[in-house]
Design a protein around this ligand. Structure first.
Ligand code: SF4
Length: 378
């Protein structure tokens, strides 16, 4: 008997244990195998924390720091040095991640920008991603928070894909006492508008949800269906990241239990069911010890893995060594393949700026996966 089509009520019953999940997991694996075969991908990247200052105050975050306590911008030279080191290690992605609009909160941020000739952090992002795209063989993938249409149009010329996690669609998480209180960039309406805008501009887009920050099962399901709706309109979501919250020692949420593996795996399987066989579904492999189990929930991607730089968002959680990632993946019966920051199905002139497409052809094999050229082996 075939599994039902995606439906929020059934999703709720599955997630809350009111319906058995065995058939859901079977359906998730069937859909993944149907759409992606036995290929599981990852992106070989360097992590560029362009600024660790942020105007928001998410209560689970250790990435953002005040000036004087670790909150800084990377200089252009520092950025290019990391990207060039990544180039030598065969990396094809520079993940440019940063705090949101720190200049709105911190005078030190305004000083850095004016000293270096930028009107805003987003303009600095644009400048540096243009340099990375123009001067190296690496592709930038910027993840700079909320972006309006003009910003996305500009970034599209140097970034083959952009990203913004929805995290969750619920405005309740912005209420006093909740993790996104006093975090204007976590307004789900504004985040959905950024994601919609990317669709209108034909930008391959990475988004996803963060599971375990105080949301309800209904809010998780509403988040997944909201993303599925925007994807139906534009077809631009190249991947859905399902990320598990991990409590960090120096945060207000240090005492909050992370989601159980059973619950989190069910969310992953729901994501595969809701988005279907064509979607790329990713779980980061460095946030669970036994990460191979997510292959049983229908994923086909491990996201960015760096042979060189730490995960600045989760610095306590090192990425698995690529040999270990390959061994776990192959042991489960899959081929591990490096991909570019844009997935093969988006590597064409419908989605990419012509100059980027030309560069991409030079870094890709005939199926538009990445060709890794390592010049150093430490
Ligand atoms: S999670 Fe992102 S938006 Fe929130 S405080 Fe940290 S850097 Fe800023």
């Amino acid at each position: 008997m075939s599994f039902p089509v995606p439906d929020p009520d059934l999703a709720y019953r599955l997630l809350t244990g009111a319906s058995p999940t065995e058939a859901l997991f079977g359906e998730a694996r069937r859909l993944r195998d149907e759409g992606k075969g036995r290929t599981v991908s990852y992106s070989r990247k360097v992590f560029i924390p362009l600024t660790t200052m942020c105007r928001d105050r998410c209560t689970y975050c250790t990435f953002a720091k005040p000036p004087g306590a670790g909150g800084v911008y990377m200089t252009p030279d520092e950025v290019m040095a990391v990207v060039r080191a990544g180039e030598r290690h065969g990396c094809t992605e520079a993940l440019v991640t940063l705090g949101d609009r720190p200049e709105d909160r911190w005078p030190a941020a305004r000083d850095f920008l004016s000293d270096n000739g930028y009107k805003s952090t987003l303009e600095y992002v644009q400048h540096m991603t243009e340099r990375i795209a123009g001067e190296t063989s690496v592709f930038p993938h910027a993840n700079p928070g909320l972006m309006d249409e003009e910003t996305q149009r500009a970034l599209r010329r140097s970034n083959p894909s952009l990203g913004l996690m929805l995290e969750n669609i619920s405005p309740r998480l912005m209420e006093p006492g909740m993790p996104h209180y006093d975090c204007p960039d976590k307004d789900p309406v504004a985040r959905m508008e950024t994601i919609e805008t990317a669709g209108r501009l034909s930008i391959p887009f990475t988004t996803g949800i963060l599971v375990g920050i105080g949301e309800t099962p209904t809010e998780i399901i509403e988040s997944l269906f909201a993303l599925a709706e925007t994807h139906k309109r534009h077809g631009h979501l190249q991947e859905i990241i399902v990320q598990n919250f991990r409590p960090k020692a120096d945060t207000r949420m240090r005492g909050v239990d992370p989601p159980t593996i059973e619950f989190f795996s069910t969310v992953v399987a729901l994501a595969r069911w809701i988005f279907g066989e064509e979607m790329n579904v990713q779980v980061p492999p460095n946030l669970t010890d036994d990460f191979g189990i997510y292959l049983d929930a229908g994923i086909n991607d491990w996201g960015g893995v760096s042979p060189l730089t730490i995960d600045w968002v989760n610095p306590e959680a090192p990425w698995p060594h690529l040999d270990h990632l390959r061994s776990i993946t192959e042991h489960a019966g899959f081929d591990l393949r490096p991909r570019l920051p844009v997935y093969p199905e988006f590597a064409n002139d419908r989605w990419l700026d012509p100059a980027l497409l030309t560069k991409l052809v030079g870094r890709a094999d005939d199926e538009a996966y990445a060709v890794v050229e390592e010049k150093a082996t430490t």
